[in-house]
Design a protein around this ligand. Sequence first.
Ligand SMILES: O=C(O)c1ccccc1NCC(=O)[C@H](O)[C@H](O)COP(=O)(O)O
Length: 227
Amino acid sequence: MSAPLIKTGMSAPLIKICGLTEEDGLDAAVEAGVDMIGFVFFPRSPRAVTPAQAAELLDGVPYPDEGGPLRVGLFVDPDDATLEAVFNAVRLDLIQLHGNETPERVEAVRFEFGCEVMKALPVGGPADLAAVGAYADVADRLLLDARPPADADRPGGNAQAFDWSLLEGWESPVPWMLAGGLTPETVEAAVRLTNAPGVDVSSGVERLPGIKDPERIARFVRAVRGV
Ligand SMILES: O=C(O)c1ccccc1NCC(=O)[C@H](O)[C@H](O)COP(=O)(O)O
């Protein structure tokens, strides 16, 4: 039996399940008590939902002030109209910007929509961490995700892990989450190595792209929480 993942006095990493498209997966995430549920508003993704679909899925899900998870809307270089369409349909607690948004765009979105922003940053090597500073000044949270493969048709959700040892001893000026290729089998090692205060998963808890596996969600949560 390995030592408990959570050192005494250390709070468990936050858990985000991303790319939810159907009720079984959403119910499993909510019942497991995850901290964030993510909905992808990027049409080329196999996990894409429309604002109306997101609203239907979220109908009946407890709000954060009722003990429910934070609702995260995921966008890639969205224009204001795209963001408005989602905000007119659902209440988001966090906007995740997963494209090439500049720090200035991040700040503008945060101000215009009055919503916290998590900026995803691609990591393929040590040089990529240099971008943290400029975004930490404007974003509420950072998501460190594997830089997508050259032939990828989307900037995230590619089941690709980066070299987590890049983050050994690394500290962020703002709250951050680790993403990219995490699974119920690997997340414990990833957290031990990086001391990530949050973890985000999509592919690793699916049986098919966009179709979550409730048992893998439960296993992922147990692995993170050491239960
Ligand atoms: O999940 C997608 O399909 C996606 C599409 C376009 C931009 C971002 C996307 N996902 C972003 C996420 O937050 C994922 O959870 C993250 O990239 C990790 O994905 P995975 O490696 O599949 O666990």
